[in-house]
Design a protein around this ligand. Structure first.
Ligand code: NAD
Length: 481
């Protein structure tokens, strides 16, 4: 077996690994990037990107259906599934190709195959052009996570999709059962509902989207129901059998057994870290009780030569968190003092309406012993949102009553996933509510809602009637009267 030596080897080319490899190369390292499937990992191939292509297309169908309210009369839209699928695949191909060019342009050597540690400074790569041994003083493990399977609903037989099959859009089933009302269940449930499927969501917890602002969850539920979906919370799917063309699924709702007939099942009940077959024991890499690799603030594992980043290193399972950790680990390997010192990581759910949040929610702030100052502004009072016929939803900000500092924000409504960026920057820069309130925002735009929510927290909203509010005690520069 041929042996090759690098300064650093990255295992896994998802948004964690491919970014880490680029950053290592930028910092002058000779880098190999090992991937057994396609560059870009789940995010580019079977997750974030293809799902957003479908979400945008399904939303367009939805908008066309609703266009009559704005005087635009069109016939009921028909969907050419093959063309939609090809559009989605072209989006993926373009981005995966782009990653390949970036790696090449930065001098990263991409090696196809499956890696397994034989020591803390060496791996074997199988399944590629030729078996290889790679040696390096530093490794970054970025193998991601995979969908959890539940008893009675094995993937692979056609009847049960994981998210990976569902984003491939094999068909639009007449009736789709979604097991799991988390982020994937809600996002893909919304896509299929908009494309015409009768969607039923079965969620084990008392409500869908656990941990998300309850007011936002209510709007998402309403949106799903308006599109014909049924939501069973406090419910479990127990098993299914084929009945002719249909699937008869046994479910339990609030302890009561029921049977529902559907044409397809999607299981989205969470992800578990991909660590099998990696030889982590041989390398001395410790995993925690939930299977995630244990790391320090730079991503270093219990084996000092090996770093782990992204999903395999623990929640939140978000592409942008993986990328950031990839940069940090690369910089640590290059001898820099980078560490995970971010103020907050934003999260966005591409439901309808979208929900995005960053920093603390109201309850979390209370649990942390803070005295939250809450400001809210409705898109129903915002010119731009009304003009777009997208006036549903709100922006809610949480400030610290003592210092006036912004602690967090939740956006629910049009372009929430974009709007959260401003709040993230504000948090990263330690901004006060007043800093945002005093910033001039272009009119008429959606970000004005964030400014107005901060003003509302201070009792100074212009386009809403203010509830009497006590201004923060400190941290606020008084303006001349
Ligand atoms: P999730 O953890 O968000 O949701 C899974 C849901 O399934 C939970 O609500 C859980 O209570 C429920 N559940 C578990 N077992 C069940 C059972 N047997 N019957 C019924 N319900 C059951 O997981 P997901 O939606 O699969 O997403 C996986 C990961 O990917 C998440 O960590 C998520 O953050 C991430 N992701 C993020 C985005 C985004 O940021 N927009 C999009 C997709 C996925």
């Amino acid at each position: 077996m041929a042996t090759r030596t690098f300064d650093a080897v990255v295992i896994g080319a998802g948004p964690g690994g491919y970014v880490a490899a680029i950053r290592l190369a930028q910092l002058g390292k000779r880098v190999a990037l090992v991937e057994r499937e396609s560059l870009g990992g789940v995010c580019l191939n079977w997750g974030c990107i293809p799902s957003k292509a479908l979400i945008a297309a399904a939303s367009l169908v939805d908008e066309i259906r609703e266009a009559a309210g704005r005087g635009i009369l069109v016939e009921a839209p028909r969907i050419d599934l093959a063309r939609l699928r090809e559009f989605k695949s072209a989006v993926v191909r373009k981005l995966v190709g782009g990653v390949g060019q970036l790696e090449k342009g930065n001098g990263v050597e991409v090696i196809a195959g499956t890696a397994r540690f034989t020591s803390a400074t060496g791996i074997e790569v199988a399944g590629g052009a030729e078996p290889l041994r790679l040696e390096a003083p530093a490794f970054i493990l970025a193998t991601g996570a995979r969908s959890i399977e539940i008893p009675g609903f094995a993937f692979g037989g056609g009847a049960v999709w994981s998210a990976r099959e569902a984003v491939d859009l094999p068909s639009v089933p007449g009736r789709l059962l979604v097991v799991g009302g988390g982020v994937i269940g809600v996002e893909l449930g919304t896509v299929y509902a908009k494309l015409g499927a009768a969607v039923t969501i079965v969620e084990a917890l008392p409500g869908i989207l656990a941990g998300v602002d309850p007011e936002a969850v209510r709007l998402v539920q309403r949106g799903l129901r308006q599109r014909g979906a049924t939501i069973h919370a406090g419910a479990r799917a127990l098993g299914f059998e084929r009945r002719g063309e249909a699937l008869a699924v046994r479910i339990e709702v609030g302890g009561v057994a029921q049977e529902i007939e559907v044409d397809q099942i999607l299981v989205a009940v969470g992800m578990r870290p991909s660590t099998e077959g990696l030889g982590l024991e041989a390398a001395g890499v410790r995993v925690g009780p939930r299977g995630f690799v244990e790391v320090d603030g730079q991503g270093r594992t219990s084996a000092p030569s090996i770093f782990a980043i992204g999903d395999v290193a623990g929640p939140p399972l978000l592409a942008h968190k993986a990328s950031k950790e990839g940069e940090i680990a690369a910089e640590a390997i290059a001898g820099r003092r980078s560490t995970r010192d971010w103020a907050a990581i934003p999260a966005a759910i591409f439901s309808d309406p979208e929900v995005a949040s960053v920093g603390l929610g109201e309850e979390e702030a209370r649990r942390e012993g803070r005295q939250p100052l809450v400001g809210k502004f409705s898109f129903g009072a915002l010119g731009r949102a009304i003009a777009m016929d997208r006036a549903e939803g709100f922006v809610k900000v949480i400030g610290d009553r003592e210092t006036g500092r912004l602690l967090g924000a939740t956006f629910c409504g049009p372009e929430a996933s974009d709007l959260v960026a401003e709040a993230t920057l504000a948090l990263e820069m330690g901004a006060t509510l007043e800093d945002v309130a005093l910033t001039v925002h272009a009119h008429p735009t959606l970000p004005e809602a964030f400014m107005e929510a901060c003003k509302a927290a201070l009792g100074e909203a212009i386009h809403a009637i203010n509830r009497p509010a006590r201004p923060p005690a400190g941290g606020r520069t008084d303006r001349p009267a």
